[in-house]
Design a protein around this ligand. Sequence first.
Ligand SMILES: *Cc1c(COP(=O)(O)O)cnc(C)c1O
Length: 412
Amino acid sequence: MSDHLGDRDLHIDSLVIHGGQHPDPITGAVMPPISLSTTYAQESPGQHAGYEYTRSHNPTRYAMERLIARLEGSTLTVDDDVSCGGFAFSSGLAATATALELLDHGQHVIAMDDLYGGTYRLLTNVRERSQGLKITYVDLTDPRRVAEAITDETRMIWVETPTNPTLKLVDLEAIVNIARDRNIVTVCDNTFATPILQRPIEAGFDIAMHSATKYLGGHSDVLGGVLVTNRADLADRLRYLQNAIGSVMGPFDAYLCLRGIKTLALRMERHSASALRIAEWLERHPKVARVVYPGLASHPQHDLARRQMQFNGQPGFGGMITIHLAGGLDESRQFLENVRVFALAESLGGVESLIEHPAIMTHASVPPETRASLGISDSLIRISVGIEAADDLLADLEAALAAVRLPASVGG
Ligand SMILES: *Cc1c(COP(=O)(O)O)cnc(C)c1O
């Protein structure tokens, strides 16, 4: 099987189409067939072409895994690992659950304090009990806090950047510098930025993780998760764990992800351009108390964002915006009940624009005290800017904000 090593020289907006891909060797089909067979005939017991059973080996899933491996910049070849260090799972949380199985019972994990609610729930409500993990949540916007939290038992650092929903950033290179030579596996949930805008493995991280349900799939019609590593030893262990645990991505879903990723670069360009325009507009709106977007000069880590989030050498900040409305829960409801183009829905990263209320919706599993300390208040609203005409999105937000009746005390 050819490895198309040459594809490493391609720009990322070509890699989304060609990375790790080759025409079907029998028919020349440019898209891989959806291989549904669960088992493969053998010539003689134990003699086969590398395919025995679909949980362990599936050509459509491999195609998706090699593609995401190339996009995240893994340099592993098919000789190191059959899918070049990329692994696809049935959901983002299935990917996370499998990565956590790299750890032994009782080991220590340092995690960003502002995490996707489901990741927090898996770590705290499930793995602290079933795996005895000891978890310290740290505000990693200041990397020095990692050094303070590390113990002899620390074996994993789990970061998300930008975070969900407060869009805090973590300096990936600074974390790597602290974790280096300490036998700690570093993992970055790269769901919000995607490999188009941010490359954790190139910054020295061991594993990049995704909910493929979001930007990678991109069309709100597939649930999936991904892990990519650049380390042959970790690829070996993840391959073993992926098969042993069995929460693999199905062939239909792998096909939908492959199809979605073809336009990932185009979509991220549009998401980023529209989000910047909308964030700047919202920042001037009197009924909006504060706008958080890494592309705004007012973001406390704007300089880091410019350095760490880039598309072909130009800064790009993604499609997620968080706003604090003037007022509280009533005003948030009035606003959210009056959007028409935006859908009031959980999830993010699709072609259609979505808007939601984290305290009631996506982050309800985070305890109220923790939500309060993270600033996830009743006036906080999360926006996933889609690829519709930005003018239509602005008009929709303007009309919904006009429907908000502020009490006299809030002013505005
Ligand atoms: C959605 C999401 C997850 C979980 O992925 P699922 O595909 O829903 O299991 C993890 N991290 C982030 C940042 C997410 O947005």
